[in-house]
Design a protein around this ligand. Structure first.
Ligand SMILES: O=C(CO)COP(=O)(O)O
Length: 248
């Protein structure tokens, strides 16, 4: 059985004080949750969040990092800066980073390998645009993203990767993919992982759905055969809403 994993992606929201306040509420609300719980926050909030959530079941993640160890990369954050704080997860290849910050399948692959090397657990995002969905190329687009992301990644590392299927057209639009659509594509992603690493790893790898997940949608989504969790944007910003998703 795959353990469910619900992660919040706070994107570019909150000051440090605001973030700590939400985390303080959240840790109480989800303390007996059965799912793994992660909050992926802006860099500047990470030290305070790690401190606030120490000893709880809520883990802290970053939303990005550089693939190099250190160097002249103004404005960037290195993997050891995250692990040094006690950050455990990192989102890699979110569609907003691919769209607005020139992330490519190649940098995604490099970042994944860097994350494994540092013991950070990556949440690898893949997903198609509306145009690609309408063209009928969803499966090809995602297969290309998956194959390139896992290029020269070992089976042991692949198994520990959380994959988030986030159709771009469902992010922040209120337009959720139907549970059947999400489950179908996630099932295909599992097959792709199977083609690369075999059935055992395909069966073990956890795959989330992301895109306008709400307290009102999560139960049905988590009832689907291949959906192991959610990557939640807007509805993770308030402790009350997010805790309802965590405790689907
Ligand atoms: O991009 C997302 C999570 O990474 C989804 O965002 P929303 O839940 O706001 O649609």
């Amino acid at each position: 059985m795959r353990k469910p994993i619900i992660a919040g992606n706070w994107k570019m929201h909150y000051t440090v004080d605001e973030a700590v306040k939400v985390a303080r509420e959240l840790k109480e609300l989800v303390k007996d949750a059965e799912a793994d719980v992660v909050i992926c926050a802006p860099y500047i909030q990470l030290p305070a969040l790690v401190e606030e959530l120490k000893g709880t079941n809520v883990k802290v993640g970053a939303q990005n990092m550089h693939f190099e160890e250190k160097g002249a990369f103004t404005g960037e954050i290195a993997p050891a800066m995250l692990t040094d704080l006690g950050v455990e997860y990192v989102i890699i290849g979110h569609s907003e980073r691919r769209q607005y910050f020139n992330e490519t399948d190649e940098t995604v692959n490099m970042k994944l390998k860097t994350a494994y090397r540092h013991g950070l657990k990556p949440i690898l995002c893949v997903g198609e645009s509306l145009e690609e969905r309408e063209n009928g190329t969803t499966k090809d687009v995602i297969e290309n993203q998956i194959n390139k992301a896992f290029f020269e990644v070992s089976p042991e590392d692949a198994k520990e990767t959380v994959i988030a299927y986030e159709p771009i057209w469902a992010i922040g639009t209120g337009k959720t993919a139907t549970s059947e659509q999400a489950n179908e594509t996630i099932g295909q992603i599992r097959e792709m992982v199977g083609n690369l690493y075999g059935a055992g790893i395909a069966a073990a790898v956890r795959i989330q759905y992301g895109g306008s997940v709400k307290p009102s949608t999560i139960k049905e989504q988590m009832g689907m055969s291949d959906i192991d969790g959610a990557l939640v944007g807007g509805a993770s910003l308030l402790a009350d809403d997010f805790s309802k998703i965590v405790k689907f």
